[in-house]
Write a protein of this length. Structure first.
Length: 177
């Protein structure tokens, strides 16, 4: 709107560029009172108000808002943005923590499986070593038994051969007297 299009405000409608909160509240109360007491349209709850007058007063109200209110609105938006960023960061941290927990649990399961497999391998190796030792002992026992039999046969032959030697020996001549 250009200046020549803005209808002139009455003295009660003029609001300084930056008003006090009290004068702004007074203007809001006047606007509420004007809407409350405006003529109703027939067969309707709608009120008949002077549009230009109402817009001018609302624009004056808007211009009269203190800078602190704008700063507060900016701070609220910044706070909301900060909260959204913090929420996103916290969700990212939680997701990374869950992922790390799953990885660690997975590694734990892998470690448990590796330990179980290692234990099974050790048990199999111990069983194989025991079986091999028993087989070696059985083989050594069989070899010793064979040696014992052979040595027994040799001892019997030696004894038999000695007996044969003793029997085949000529009798000693009687000694001269």
């Amino acid at each position: 709107m250009s200046d020549d299009q803005i209808p002139h405000l009455q003295q009660s409608e003029v609001v300084p560029v930056r008003s006090s909160v009290g004068s702004l509240l007074g203007l809001v109360e006047e606007l509420i009172d004007e809407v409350r007491h405006a003529r109703s349209l027939p067969l309707s709850q709608n009120a008949l108000v002077d549009r230009d007058k109402m817009l001018n007063r609302l624009e004056a109200l808007l211009r009269g808002l203190p800078d602190e209110l704008r700063a507060a609105r900016w701070m609220v938006r910044e706070r909301e943005n900060f909260m959204q960023r913090a929420q996103a960061q916290s969700e990212e941290i939680v997701n990374r923590a869950r992922s790390e927990a799953r990885r660690l649990v997975s590694q734990s399961h892998i470690l448990e499986e590796a330990v179980a497999e290692a234990n099974a391998l050790v048990r199999r190796a111990e069983g194989e070593a025991r079986r091999t030792r028993l087989e070696a002992e059985d083989m050594a026992d069989a070899v010793m038994e064979s040696l014992e039999t052979l040595i027994g046969d040799l001892a019997a032959r030696v004894s038999s051969t000695r007996s044969d030697l003793h029997r085949a020996r000529p009798v000693d001549p009687p000694p001269p007297i």
